[in-house]
Write a protein that binds this ligand. Structure first.
Ligand code: ADP
Length: 553
């Protein structure tokens, strides 16, 4: 009978669980793990900073519908990945972080990089465990996967001490585990379905809010059918754009403020009433907003605002139930309602305003025209990754998504630095698709070395850097006669040269024509590209009725 190392048992276990890629950064003691996963036929993508590996893993989990995996070294390697664990938890995305750690026989002796890794991971994960015997690794991996993908998905941490990675076991003594089945799709009780429909029917100003929980649940067909059947206006949350195509006539994104303020019943489909939805409170919402809430997590029901009609379970299953109920007893919200007319008028007003912004000849350019150029050029099934303050916020209103899970951004935690890892995963998992990573210059600064990862692994991402020389706003020139404003970056930088340094193609654009040509050329390249776009340092969003993070009662 063959003897296997802990690393080999781990690699076989990951393969059994359906893992196709591992993102990581090698060093002691995880080298054997990365070699073993390659020997098992998994794709190993080596990055330049652990945060990118763990961000990539969670995007891979979200996009694949299963779990993404990152492997990092002990001590600082593992702690570098903790922010990404927090981000996965905040977004409710499944991922597994595998951390190499000190050998168990050297613990508490001041070993190389000895760190309380299990304790460090604990607040940011659903589950954490340590392998203590090579024979039990498959069981631990299955436990980790089950925890990550079941119910509300999240992050798990598997600690792999060096002597367990290098330790051996006879193959027939290993406790091999089966593939963890995909979670069963829990349905709602009949009474709850009836109550939800009754509540929606009783609304004067109904609004559906589609969240990224619906995207994770792969409920796109069911949600689209429900919107078409009921004729209800809907608003996608940023990463739920594309669950229903953005150009659907009932999409009221452009009238978001009006829609939230005047809705009397809201149907939340996999979206939390957290800061992103202004806690469901005035002044952004109607004081007496009534809530129909679909969520897989029972504890989420009623958060911040009481829920009148809860639907606990899986979004795909429950939206299917609602559609079946509507087949049995058809109902449609009146097409001629005042509510719909007022929302359409607002959408039209915003569309006209935007048209003006898109035509702007301002030099240096503001945000809107370059974003429109990008939107016009991107194929309908492009995957759009974006981060940065104004860049991401304004892009949400200009760049359309037509497919589910095709927009990845700073998310619920508002984390800067997610872009490169997300883009690597998006392109690795979708080799035929155009992946565009739009980053503000400040956000890009968190992980520019990952451009090299993309070139090395032949991932033809189009990076677009909107450079306004700073965080939020920059300056035209640095005035060194006084302390530098805390948020400014060096003007006249050339981010495209970072791409050129590694053999990819770079473009430097200051005009709309240059940008149009660069995007076109970039989409024709087989390799990675980076387009640097000069934006006016003081460029801003159009005036908003409410400031960001408005104070609530
Ligand atoms: P958004 O930021 O898009 O509003 P959130 O991340 O706030 O979305 O909310 C996503 C919600 O979706 C979470 O409360 C989570 O529990 C829920 N969820 C996760 N998986 C499912 C599923 N399969 N079915 C229904 N809800 C889900």
């Amino acid at each position: 009978m063959a003897e296997l190392s802990g690393a080999e048992i781990l690699a076989k276990s990951l393969k059994t669980q359906g893992v196709g890629e591992m993102f990581g950064l090698v060093g002691l003691p995880i080298g054997p793990i990365t070699a073993a996963v390659q020997a098992e036929g998994l794709r190993y993508i080596g990055v330049r900073h652990e945060q990118a590996a763990a961000f990539a893993a969670q995007a891979a989990g979200y996009m694949s519908g299963r779990i993404g995996v990152a492997a990092v070294v002990s001590g600082p390697g593992m702690t570098n990945a903790i922010t990404a664990l927090g981000n996965a938890e905040a977004n409710c995305w499944p991922m597994m972080l595998i951390g190499g750690s000190s050998s168990t026989d050297l613990m508490e002796r001041g070993d190389f990089q000895e760190t309380p890794q299990l304790r460090a991971a604990a607040p940011f994960v659903k589950w954490a465990g340590q392998a203590q015997d090579p024979r039990l690794i498959p069981h631990l991996v299955a436990t980790a996967v089950r925890n990550a993908i079941s119910g509300r998905p999240g992050a798990v941490y598997l600690d792999m001490p060096g002597n367990i990675i290098d330790g051996t076991a006879e193959e027939d003594e290993v406790r091999w585990a089966e593939r963890v089945p995909d979670p069963s799709r829990g349905k709602a009780a009949d009474d709850d379905l009836a109550k939800a429909l009754e509540t929606l029917k009783s609304a004067n100003n109904p609004l559906v809010v589609v969240g990224k929980g619906a995207a994770w649940a792969r409920a796109e067909n069911e949600v689209r059918e429900f919107i078409d059947k009921t004729g209800l206006p809907f608003l996608p949350m940023p990463m739920a754009k594309g669950v229903v195509p953005d150009d659907h006539s009932l999409n009221v994104s452009a009238a978001r403020t009006t829609a939230l303020k005047n809705a009397d019943v809201v149907f939340l489909i996999g979206a939390r009433m957290n800061w992103m939805l202004h806690f469901g409170l005035p002044p952004r919402w109607n004081e007496n907003i009534r809530v129909v809430q679909l969520d897989i997590e029972p504890e989420e029901i009623g958060t911040n605002v009481p829920t009148e009609a809860p639907l606990v379970g899986d979004a795909q299953a429950i939206m299917g139930q609602l559609n079946a109920a509507l087949d049995a007893e058809p109902w449609q919200y009146e097409d001629t309602s005042e509510w719909k007319a007022s929302l359409s008028a607002e959408v039209e007003k915003k569309r006209k305003q935007s048209e003006e912004f898109y035509k702007s000849d301002d030099m240096p350019m503001g945000y809107y025209r370059p974003l429109k150029i990008l939107d016009d050029a991107m194929p309908r099934d492009a995957i759009f990754v974006t981060e940065g303050e104004n860049t991401m916020g304004i892009a949400r209103t200009v760049i359309n998504s037509y497919e589910p899970r095709a927009r990845l951004d700073a998310g619920t935690w508002g984390t800067m630095g997610v872009g490169p890892g997300f883009a690597l995963a998006a392109q690795a998992l979708n080799p035929g698709k155009r992946v565009v990573a739009l980053e503000g210059d400040a956000a890009f600064g968190f992980g520019p070395a990952e451009v090299e990862t993309a070139v090395r692994h032949e991932l033809p991402i189009t990076w677009v850097i909107f450079n306004n020389n700073g965080i939020g706003q920059g300056v035209e020139e640095l005035d060194r006669s006084k302390p530098l404003p805390p948020g400014v970056m060096t003007p006249h930088s050339h981010y495209e040269r970072i791409m050129e340094a590694f053999g990819g193609k770079g473009y430097y654009c200051t005009t709309p024509d240059e940008l149009e040509a660069a995007v076109k050329d970039s989409f024709e390249q087989v390799g990675s590209t980076l387009i640097h776009v000069e934006i006016a340092p003081r460029a801003m969003r159009r005036k908003q009725e409410f400031g960001w993070l408005t104070r609530h009662k």
